[in-house]
Design a protein around this ligand. Structure first.
Ligand code: BTN
Length: 260
């Protein structure tokens, strides 16, 4: 089990990761994070596990990860800004992971819309954001992050599509150090979103994305088509141009995409 003391002792954040729930095995850190009482899980609380028995990905997919080799965690957030900024949290999350990977490993990582992190075009990290609302609107966001850190074997369907920091760098990576670095970057990026115009975080994200001007394959409710990625709008949607020259906005909940 990941030692919560080891995380907290040398962590240089104000809130993020100051409270940790650490599990050897759990169904899903996101599920726990959604249900834990707020009184014992303040803003920035981390739920982390060595193994998930029902890890969840975007678009009702599963998230599989070899026990003890990767990072599987969720950060609990109670945003005090409005929904126009809340929709940009996926960009905060992926930028923070890119920042941390570059700091800890020296590898160059890139962002793929909406919230994947790639190295050498292979997926290293995925995120699942879920919200719960009350009478005042969105009250809690859980930001679930899965990073392939030291795993060296992937199932047949993922070979060529997924990779890990260990494979890409040739070295074992210290998971605690990486987690601390992600939490530190996340706190900074979260502050950037809450305190500055949203265009700032979007511009930083765009500089880390290899997407624009490229042909992409869009998978939308069972049907797929090719398009060119043009830009990201202020509401976080991806602006694409279809083969017929029509411009459209894609929303993260509905689609997944691959590079052509
Ligand atoms: C995706 O790329 O489809 C998102 C994957 C998100 C996986 C993480 S692992 C920790 C957290 N708990 C979950 O059940 N899912 C997220």
């Amino acid at each position: 089990m990941i030692d919560q003391e080891a995380i907290v002792q040398t962590l240089s954040t104000n809130h993020f990761g100051k409270k940790v729930f650490s599990f050897d095995s759990i169904d899903s850190t996101n599920t726990f994070a959604k249900n834990v009482e707020r009184i014992i899980a303040p803003h920035g609380t981390v739920v982390i596990a060595e193994e998930q028995t029902a890890g969840r990905g975007r678009l009702q997919r599963n998230w599989r990860s070899t026990k003890g080799e990767n990072l599987l965690f969720t950060v609990i957030l109670y945003p005090e800004f409005d929904v126009e900024k809340i929709v940009l949290l996926p960009f905060v999350g992926s930028l923070a992971v890119v920042d941390a990977i570059e700091t800890v490993t020296g590898l160059t990582a890139t962002c793929k819309w909406p919230n994947d992190v790639l190295i050498n075009s292979k997926k290293i990290c995925g995120m699942l954001l879920e919200s719960s609302s009350g009478s005042a609107g969105i009250e809690r966001i859980v930001l679930g992050i899965g990073v392939n850190v030291n795993q060296i074997e992937f199932s047949e369907e993922l070979v060529g599509k997924a990779s890990s920091l260990r494979i890409e760098s040739g070295n074992n990576v210290d998971r605690i150090r990486l987690l601390q670095s992600i939490l530190e970057a996340l706190e900074l990026r979260y502050h950037q979103l809450s305190s500055f115009p949203p265009v700032q975080i979007l511009n930083d994200w765009k500089m880390k994305a290899l997407l624009f001007g490229k042909k992409i394959l869009v998978l939308e409710h069972e049907c797929s088509f090719t398009a060119t990625a043009i830009d990201v709008a202020e509401d976080g949607s991806l602006i694409i141009e279809t083969g017929e020259g029509e411009k459209r906005n894609l929303f993260a909940g509905d689609v997944s995409l691959a590079y052509e």
